[in-house]
Design a protein around this ligand. Sequence first.
Ligand code: CA
Ligand code: CA
Length: 199
Amino acid sequence: MFKPRPAALAVSTAILGALLIAACASRQPPRGGPGSGPPGGGPGGMAGPQGDSGFEGGMIARPVALLFTGMDRDGNRIIDQAELADGIAAEWASLPRTDRDTVPALAIADWAATALGNAEALPNQIAFDVNLDGQISETEFRTRLAEEFDRLDRNQDGQLTRAELLIEVPIRSRSRDGGMGGGMPQGRPPGGRPPGGGR
Ligand SMILES: [Ca+2]
Ligand SMILES: [Ca+2]
């Protein structure tokens, strides 16, 4: 009677794991070679569109991630604490300030429209305005953006990689008669912490 030894089991499990990894890797699309794949690729260079929105089963980045990627001064695609501090200071310097050295909440909305791509993108003026006086202080501005950075910093090493900026969008079952199929995807960071959750 053949009785598998633990070592043999471990080896076969490792082989199976390697095969699974190979299978996953082989499913990645080719890197945009001519004549291969759909023309133009997906929006923003992500996985190709699989539905009307193009988001299903793909990855997205939050608007604030656009802000942080723009802070990468040395071009290594990693945002460190020095770049974050310089970046926040530069953003603050770009804002119109009152004689109390605060920024009106409405000006934050204008800033968000360009810096984050949309006036309603988070963090919005309400998220910045901790004491709800309609004015954003430099401390409020700096603290909020540092919190956003910290929340995205999955491994808590004080640096943001591109991988940490991505949020997986779960694959949804689509109904043909489901209307517009729009709405914001409710993504979840791969690391498990919910986006926008207060701390
Ligand atoms: Ca950098
Ligand atoms: Ca990190």
